[in-house]
Design a protein around this ligand. Structure first.
Ligand code: UDP
Ligand code: MG
Length: 321
């Protein structure tokens, strides 16, 4: 990359087994990058331990286009961590995160850059529609946002993925947050700064397979909840208080009945019901506490988030950043 005094824009692409779309993605990005003559571009791929030819394709692209850079992670870490690696290695004055599968149209980039020039720090693309996604996925994602929003005071952006432009200072802010179970979506809101939304229609995947399944989504949701709020712990306490209050009232009733009407033996099934019900609640709340304890366990280990195998041609020996 030759040095100019133009601003440098990093396009950050996390890629995991994306061999079928990379050429298409590159050609669409190339058109945009060539048009935007006011900027220099860095096209930074994060190869997240792909098992197909993704890395090979990226390396080939780099031979013909020196704007292409890549970080090859030592294994598959998941998109959240891949993005973090991208933030660490991005050189740009701003970073645009985009999915490899072309679900995020690169054609929005010029508009993002315009808003950036107007002084916005975080220009995010909000989906007006989601083609090619099942009703169930849309519904669950909607519910998830609802629940998450109702429990936190920071504003969570609805129908917004990771497709966005971040100013250098947002990137630096995100780099300081090195939690191992990341919920980047919430972090974008958490860091604050000047936000601007753009609406777009989300396309179906251009090729290849989604890496998400419901198991992963459920995990992500629980991570999202537990990393941004301790509200479930509060519920546990409140429900515990309510049930013990009810128990206390019932105790008074029982004492009263025993004194005035004498002891009676029936009540086996009601006792069982109460024991099962309370036992169930206790287990659920133990589980909730366990979730938080588990998070604390991971964070206190304070492991590096990822290891890098290669940055461009250079073999990396990892040191703590
Ligand atoms: N991705 C990644 N690591 C993973 C899974 C996904 O880097 O472990 C990348 C993937 O290559 C793509 C983006 O994250 O660029 C979004 O993945 P996908 O399209 O599978 O998710 P969806 O759009 O279905 O939410
Ligand atoms: Mg996708």
């Amino acid at each position: 990359m030759e040095e100019t005094n133009k601003k440098l824009v990093t396009v950050l692409v996390p890629a995991y087994n994306e061999q079928d779309v990379l050429h298409l993605l590159y050609s669409r990005l190339k058109t945009i990058m060539d048009e935007q003559t006011n900027y220099d571009f860095e096209l930074l791929f994060i190869n997240d331990g792909s098992k197909d030819d993704t890395l090979k394709i990226i390396q080939d692209l780099r031979i013909t286009d020196n704007r292409v850079c890549y970080v090859n992670l030592s294994r598959n870490y998941g998109k959240e961590t891949a993005m973090m690696a991208g933030f660490d290695y991005a050189k740009g004055d701003c970073v645009i995160i985009i999915d490899a599968d072309l679900q995020d149209p690169p054609e929005l980039i010029p508009q993002m850059l315009e808003y950036w020039e107007q002084g916005y720090d975080d220009v995010y693309a909000k989906r007006r529609s989601r083609k090619g996604e099942t009703f169930l996925k849309k519904f669950t994602s909607k519910m998830y946002y609802k629940v998450l929003q109702s429990m936190t005071n920071i504003e969570i952006q609805k129908d917004t993925g990771d497709f966005r432009l971040l100013d250098r200072r947002c990137v630096e802010a995100l780099k300081l947050i090195r939690e191992s179970q990341r919920c980047t979506k919430g972090l974008f809101s958490w860091i604050g700064y000047n936000k601007k939304e753009i609406l777009f229609d989300r396309d179906p995947r251009a090729a290849g397979q989604t890496k998400w399944n419901y198991g992963k989504l459920i995990n992500l949701s629980i991570d999202g909840l537990t990393s941004f709020t301790t509200a479930p712990l509060r519920w546990a306490a409140v429900i515990g208080l309510l049930t013990s209050f009810a128990g206390f009232i019932y105790m008074l009733v029982v004492i009263f009945k025993t004194i005035f009407y004498g002891v009676d033996v029936p009540g086996y099934s009601s006792t069982l019901v109460v024991i099962l019900f309370l036992g169930g609640i206790q287990l659920i709340f133990l589980g909730i506490i366990g979730e938080y304890l588990g998070r604390a366990f991971y964070e206190t280990k304070n492991r590096p988030l990822y290891f890098v195998d290669k940055y461009n041609e250079e073999k990396i020996t990892n040191v703590r950043r």
